[in-house]
Design a binder for this molecule. Structure first.
Ligand code: GDP
Length: 193
């Protein structure tokens, strides 16, 4: 998809701040520092619209990016950052539930994982959390450039197994460095907008 317009509309902390124009929404979830901002920036061809994080775990807002006046990417706060207090973790949980439980314009979730490593227990929890809301999930296994060609299929297979990816959901190997997987990612996203 050619992105001609991408703008941040709101960083929301509660439901009443969500946009009201009812455009379809694609959520983006991932562990802190996994490469989520780099994924968004690569897809929408902006260097730095989604801030690449210097402080993992600190952005406790839902960031609504309007793309081509057609749909929203909703960047949800990263998870799995060890240094977050219990209070902040609870706040995160409430914010996620408030959004995922009620939002009927939410069509699918992109979940970013790191293809170099086996998905973590936090990744598995997130996948299960999203499935609880019966959302289609597109897993983007990023940092593909860091895995040699010979080892890629093994890592992909392992991610399918550990996350227990349901039939109908897909995993797309991706690199923000080389742009590999970008067209496949757009193709998967387009089905839902
Ligand atoms: P976020 O916290 O999930 O938004 O992660 P960022 O997008 O800020 O990325 C975290 C770090 O990983 C940064 O240093 C990025 O440059 C790096 N990174 C992100 N995507 C890739 C990728 O596809 N390949 C490589 N080699 N590095 C990446």
């Amino acid at each position: 998809m050619k992105v001609t317009n991408a703008e941040i509309v709101i960083s929301a902390v509660s439901q009443k701040q969500y946009p009201s124009d009812r455009l379809p929404e694609i959520a983006l979830a991932g562990r802190s520092n996994v490469g989520k901002s780099s994924f968004i920036n690569n897809l929408i061809q902006r260097k730095n619209l989604a801030r690449t994080s210097s402080k993992p775990g600190k952005t406790q807002t839902l960031n609504f990016y309007k793309i081509n006046d057609m749909f929203y990417f909703v960047d949800v706060p990263g998870y799995g950052y060890a240094k977050v207090s219990k209070k902040e973790r609870e706040k995160w949980g409430r914010m996620m539930e408030e959004y995922f439980a009620v939002r009927d314009t939410l069509k699918a979730c992109v979940m970013i994982t790191d293809i170099r490593h086996e998905p973590t227990s936090d990744d598995v929890m997130m996948y299960d959390f999203l499935k609880h809301y019966e959302l289609p999930i597109i897993v983007i296994a990023t940092k593909l450039d860091k895995v040699s060609k010979g080892k890629r299929s093994k890592h992909i297979k392992q991610a399918y197994q550990v996350l227990n990816i349901e039939s109908g959901d897909v995993l797309i190997p991706f690199s923000a460095e080389t742009g590999e997987g970008k067209d496949d990612a757009w193709q998967a996203i387009r089905q839902f907008i």
